[in-house]
Design a protein around this ligand. Structure first.
Ligand SMILES: NC(=O)C1=CN([C@@H]2O[C@H](COP(=O)(O)OP(=O)(O)OC[C@H]3O[C@@H](n4cnc5c(N)ncnc54)[C@H](O)[C@@H]3O)[C@@H](O)[C@H]2O)C=CC1
Ligand SMILES: CC(C)CC(=O)C(=O)O
Ligand SMILES: [Mg+2]
Length: 372
């Protein structure tokens, strides 16, 4: 048996605790099936932490995360805290964690699973074959630039600043090229170089780095056009690399190619092994506490953790295959259940995934463990 992996568990707000419970259930099954061993330590983050200790990311939580091998986060935020001053907003927990752990690379895969061909709002022939990855820069750009609010004579004025250093662009772009090399070797760099200086810098870095990857086909697409092409010809995309805010917005769009945002996981990585794993979606306050949220994105985020932080490729594959099987067998949470289809709840979906894991059969083509 390998070493015990320390996992910081941050359930957060809204549907967070409900979906986290299901991911932990699946990870306990991974322990049983594969002999891995996890130590889960819970931490406070988000609105709940604001209410309890007046800080969305308490020092205790930050040091827990820094001392852990990986961080699992469900979601933070909700209307209760929307009018709080900036430092008391739940979302600050996310920004603080990403920055403190230097998690600059956010991987957001969007794949159309078997059985969900009719789940998208787009025609089945349009979404057929969708298998793309958004590589989003996560620690720079407008979310982190200087912000200010001023009172002028004729009213208020607000400023957000978008800054990128060449170094920050190069490291995410290189990472995206490396990833593209291991996939279908097609990279789409998304920017707004017709208007933004930061985008012109971005584009020049992509062109320079591209010389080191002659085997990867590169295209530059303006973000507004990309938003449209994602709906027009989504299966043509392989890896999309883009800055922080564009990646945030485009990845929510890709959710609807797959059927639901409740299916999209993510991994946030830096140079070290302590990655952060969270669904692409937020705390879904509109359905919180009802037991109806789709836990797949959270469970698949846990699978990404097994792969990227621990190198447990076989266990990651087993979890992913189990989620695919449950969906292929026709089980649907409310977000995916069409009219007349009986939906399963959050807990039941988690139980079905655990049950499906019992039937896991190793694929001889998949290496058992990846050396990171
Ligand atoms: N990583 C995080 O913690 C994020 C937090 N947020 C925060 O979450 C709160 C709500 O934001 P929204 O804009 O409403 O985005 P959201 O992603 O929470 O919800 C958007 C829509 O998708 C649905 N949805 C989301 N996840 C689902 C799931 N697992 N199963 C079924 N349906 C699901 C919701 O019910 C809602 O109708 C805000 O406070 C926002 O700041 C938003 C995005 C990311
Ligand atoms: C709530 C945020 C800080 C950002 C967001 O929507 C995301 O990372 O997906
Ligand atoms: Mg988002």
């Amino acid at each position: 048996m390998g070493t015990v992996k320390k996992i910081a568990v941050l359930p957060g707000d809204g549907i967070g605790p409900e979906i986290m419970e299901e991911a932990l259930k699946v990870l306990r099954k991974v322990e049983d099936l594969f002999g891995h061993s996890f130590q889960f330590t819970f931490g406070m983050a988000g609105g709940g932490a604001v209410d309890r200790v007046g800080n969305p990311l308490p020092e205790e939580t930050l040091s827990l995360c820094k001392q852990s091998d990986a961080v699992l986060l469900a979601a933070v935020g909700g209307p209760k805290w929307d009018n709080n001053p900036p430092e008391l907003r739940p979302e600050q927990a996310l920004l603080g964690l990403r920055k403190s752990l230097n998690l600059y690379a956010n991987l957001r895969p969007a794949v159309l699973f078997e059985g969900l061909e009719n789940a998208s709002t787009l025609k089945p022939e349009v979404v057929k074959g969708v298998d793309l990855l958004v590589v989003r820069e996560l620690t720079g750009g407008i979310y982190f630039g200087e912000k200010k609010r001023e009172r002028l004579e004729d009213g208020q004025q607000a400023t957000d600043t978008l800054v990128y250093h060449e170094r920050e662009v190069e490291r995410i772009v290189r990472r995206a090229f490396e990833i593209a090399r291991g996939r279908r070797k097609k990279l789409t760099s998304v920017d707004k170089a017709n208007i933004l200086e930061s985008s012109r810098l971005w584009r020049s870095v992509v062109d320079r780095v591209a010389r080191d990857y002659p085997d990867v086909q590169v295209e530059h697409v303006l973000v507004d056009n990309c938003a449209m092409q994602l709906i027009r010809r989504p299966a043509d995309f392989d890896v999309i690399v883009t800055e922080n805010m564009f990646g945030d917005i485009l990845s929510d769009e890709t959710a609807m190619l797959t059927g639901s945002i409740g299916l999209l996981p993510s991994a946030s990585l830096g140079e070290g092994m302590t990655g952060l794993y969270e669904p692409v979606h937020g705390s879904a306050p509109d359905i919180a506490g009802q037991g109806v949220a789709n836990p797949a994105a959270m469970i698949l985020s846990a699978a990404m953790m097994l792969r990227h932080s621990f190198g447990y490729e076989e266990a990651a594959t087993a979890v992913e295959q189990a989620v695919r099987k449950v969906l292929a067998d026709g089980h649907r949470t409310a977000d995916l259940a069409g009219p007349g289809t009986l939906a399963v709840g959050t807990e039941e979906f988690g139980d079905l995934v655990v049950e499906a894991m019992n039937a896991y059969e190793p694929d001889p083509k998949v290496p058992l463990e990846v050396v990171m």
